[in-house]
Design a protein around this ligand. Structure first.
Ligand code: TYM
Length: 329
């Protein structure tokens, strides 16, 4: 029997952080290792050029993300790991999908609004049509499930809308996709816990490659309250407890919840423990990553092989679509 298909993507825009990990990457590895799914994991390089970037450093950012994937445990023998720009069929289908997407839907996208506010001088058309390309990334492989963090849900809804619209107009072609969220689908920034953890705020962001001292320094500065005020935790404190849920042992979790309840918690102690736990959790990752970093040619070969496998499927979907919309002579 055919296994259900899973697909997701990550932009190569810099270092991976604990938000990416808990919201998505950890889940990628678990889904892959469960053996129950046919998995596709994509490096979304075409998406990444909608932000300000330097063409000199982009190749390294792509390699870096592939290193993160592999060092975290994604395995090219078990998953198709590929590079978006090596499957040009995405761009052809993106044009077709863009003719089915109302501008009014794109204007509503919160990620577009956030990014447009952040990069006022570079509000390019690609940033605007970004969710159309993301719909293609997904639908072209006809997966059932898409593991992502919460910030991507609106994009997945749009992908489902585009699929429905296509089916209504041209006949049943694309099935609905379901997001797979983790319990930490929205990790918040350490310095501004009203905003999601993001590399655009590096001081409040725990990178997976951060050395232990760096992690400790950043966690020390994390915003908390001066003392617990009631059962309702402030956003900064709630975020630290969320991290504890993922990186602490059962005993740690129980102890700190009790200390919070008794109002005798010392946040410095919680932060110190978290720094140690996060550093330990990624120690093996950091080592594996360093070892792999010396082999960029191997990384390139893995991406080329994955992209070739992905391309075979993309070509088939595109041919079917062109036939259905009346562009296949
Ligand atoms: P990107 O590269 O911004 O992030 C990669 C994944 O990490 C999740 N994430 C978070 N989860 C929890 N807390 C956070 N603070 C946090 N920050 C990031 C994201 O939700 C995402 O799952 N548009 C996508 C890339 C993409 C894609 C796709 C995803 C392109 N094509 C097709 C799925 C399917 C993006 O920018 O993710």
């Amino acid at each position: 029997m055919k296994r259900p298909r899973v697909l997701s993507g990550v932009q190569p825009t810099g270092k991976m952080h604990v938000g990416n990990y808990l919201g998505a990457l950890k889940n990628f590895v678990e889904l892959q290792n469960s053996g129950k799914y046919e998995c596709f994991f994509m490096i979304a390089d075409y998406h990444s050029i909608t932000e300000d970037y330097d063409p000199e450093t982009k190749p390294q950012q792509i390699i870096d993300l592939a290193l993160d994937f592999l060092a975290l445990g994604l395995d090219p023998k078990k998953s198709i790991i590929f590079l978006q720009s090596q499957v040009p069929q995405h761009l052809e289908l993106a044009w077709i999908f863009s003719t089915l997407t109302p501008v009014s839907e794109l204007v509503r996208m919160t990620q577009y609004k956030d990014k447009a506010a952040r990069q006022e001088k570079n509000i390019n058309a690609g940033l605007f049509t970004y969710p159309v390309l993301q719909a293609v990334d997904i639908l072209i492989y006809r997966p059932q499930f898409v593991p992502v963090g919460q910030d991507q849900l609106q994009h997945l809804e749009l992908a489902n809308d585009i699929a429905k619209k296509f089916n209504r107009r041209f006949g049943e072609t694309f099935q609905a996709i379901k997001p797979l969220l983790t319990p930490a689908a929205r990790v918040m920034g350490l310095l501004d816990p009203a905003k999601k953890m993001s590399k655009s705020e590096p001081e409040g962001c725990l990178f997976l490659t951060d050395e232990p001292e760096e992690l400790a320094k950043k966690l020390k500065k994390a915003v908390t309250d001066t003392a617990p005020t009631g059962p309702e935790k402030t956003p900064g404190v709630a975020n630290l407890f969320d991290l504890l849920d993922h990186f602490g042992t059962k005993d740690h979790i129980e102890r700190f919840h009790q200390l919070y309840k008794n109002r005798t918690i010392k946040y410095a102690e919680l932060k110190g423990l978290l720094a140690d736990r996060v550093a330990d959790h990624f120690a093996e990752f950091r080592q594996r990553r360093k070892a792999l970093a010396g082999k960029p040619e191997t990384i390139k070969q893995i991406l080329a092989a994955g992209s070739n496998a992905a391309k075979k499927i993309a070509i088939r979907t595109l041919a079917e679509v062109k036939q259905k919309i009346g562009l296949a002579l």
